[in-house]
Design a binder for this molecule. Structure first.
Ligand SMILES: [Mg+2]
Length: 245
C-alpha cells in the first residue's frame, strides 16, 4: 500500500445505502489531556441525528469508553451506542461481557499506582486504564504495571491505546461487536463504513473493507485503512456534507 492511497480522502457517503460506524475520541472529537476533558463541538449530536435518520437508523458510535460516559458527552444523540469495546451497548442486541474480576480491587490498585507515579487512572465498568499522556516518559513503567495486572486477572487482556494501557475483557473488541450487529436490522444489507483513529480500530477498519465497505483512518500513523481524513474536524465536515443535500 502506498502513501498516496493512504492519503486519499474517502468517497462521499451514500446515506440510503451505508451503515455508518464511528469511533468517538480522536475521530469525532479531539483528544484532550484527560479523557474527561474532551470538548464536544456545538451541533455534533444534531448532525449525527440527521445522518442517523437519513440512513434509516444505521449509524452507531463504537468506543472503548464506558457507555454511560459516551452517552453523557452526547445527550442529544439517541442512536445506538457500543461502549467498552463491545462489552456494553445501547439500542443493539449485543450479549455484553462476562468475567469474574474484582473490579473494586482492580480500580483501587490502578488509582494507587497512578497517584504514586503522577499518572491518571481511569476506572471502567469492565476493566481499567492507565494514562501517561501527561508524562510520556512513563510509558515503559505504565506498560509493566498493566502487564503485571493482566497476569493477576485472568479474563482480562491488555489493550494498548493512544498514551494509555487498558485492561479489557478478553473477547470484547470493536470488530467482534460489529460482526454481531451488522447482519441485523437496521445495518444488514448496507455498505459498512468505519472511521477510527487508534490501534483498537484497525480490526474494525479491516472488517469494513473486507465486506466491500469503506475504512477511514483519522489522523497520522500506520493503518490498514484505504482512506484517510486528517482530523476530527475533517471527519465532521465529511459527515456534514452528506447531510447537506
Ligand atoms: Mg479513538
Amino acid at each position: 500500500m502506498t502513501t498516496d492511497t493512504l492519503n486519499t480522502a474517502p468517497p462521499a457517503l451514500v446515506p440510503e445505502e451505508d451503515a455508518i460506524f464511528l469511533d468517538f475520541d480522536g475521530t469525532l472529537v479531539d483528544i484532550a489531556l484527560r479523557p474527561d476533558a474532551v470538548q464536544v463541538p456545538e451541533g455534533l449530536a444534531e448532525m449525527l441525528m440527521d445522518l442517523h435518520a437519513m440512513c434509516g437508523g444505521a449509524l452507531a458510535l463504537v468506543s472503548g469508553r464506558a457507555m454511560g460516559e459516551l452517552a453523557g458527552f452526547l445527550p442529544r444523540f439517541t442512536g445506538p451506542l457500543i461502549g467498552s469495546h463491545g462489552a456494553e451497548s445501547r439500542g443493539l442486541d449485543l450479549p455484553g461481557a462476562s468475567h469474574s474480576v474484582d473490579l473494586a480491587a482492580l480500580h483501587a490498585r490502578f488509582a494507587e499506582f497512578a497517584a504514586a507515579n503522577g499518572l491518571l487512572a481511569e476506572p471502567k465498568p469492565h476493566g481499567a486504564a492507565i494514562h501517561f499522556r501527561s508524562r510520556p516518559e512513563a510509558e515503559a513503567m505504565a506498560r509493566a504495571f498493566a502487564s503485571e495486572m493482566i497476569s493477576l486477572h485472568p479474563g482480562l487482556t491488555l489493550q494498548p491505546a493512544k498514551m494509555a494501557f487498558e485492561l479489557r475483557p478478553e473477547g470484547a473488541t470493536k470488530d467482534t461487536a460489529l460482526r454481531l450487529v451488522a447482519d441485523a436490522a437496521p445495518f444488514a444489507g448496507r455498505r459498512p463504513v468505519y472511521l477510527g483513529d487508534d490501534t483498537t480500530d484497525e480490526p474494525a477498519l479491516i472488517w469494513a473493507q473486507e465486506l466491500g465497505g469503506i475504512g477511514v483512518k483519522v489522523g497520522e500513523g500506520a493503518s490498514a485503512a484505504r482512506w484517510r481524513l486528517a482530523s476530527p474536524d475533517a471527519v465532521r465536515a465529511w459527515l456534514a456534507a452528506a447531510t447537506e443535500t
